[in-house]
Write a protein that binds this ligand. Sequence first.
Ligand SMILES: [Zn+2]
Length: 161
Amino acid sequence: MKVCPICHQTYADNDQNFCLNDGGTLTRLTDDAPPTIFMEPPRITNQTNWENSEPISPWQNHPNLQNPSFASPMRVQGKDQTLPTVSLVLGILSFVLICCYGGIPFGIGALVTGYLGLNNFNHNPMQYGGKGLAIAGLILGAISVLGSVIFILFAILGSLK
Ligand SMILES: [Zn+2]
């Protein structure tokens, strides 16, 4: 239903655009308005509810759930401990082999790999681990090299006598 804003004549035909009395542009009567008014509030509240709660909470939950699950295995399992492990093994070998002149080559190997392992850890702690292993390898390597040098010096001194 439409109504003329000038003479307030109503027209049942919604396809009618102009008043037959004065040619005024017809406007839709309030009969058509209640459905749109009743329809809109639920739409608005539904939209605001979805925008405020549902789309945000999954967005917030996903990063919180995914980031630790992605990062924690990477941090625990993905760290490269090859050099520190090699350093520790070489350090133990060199320490055992001090008496047999193995302390210097193995000790130097332990020092080099331990130093490189520590260097990797300091530059990229997220990717490299085994700091304790590298330090242990460095200490064992240093003791073995020093011990071997002292052992060789004593051997030389002994042979001089
Ligand atoms: Zn009219």
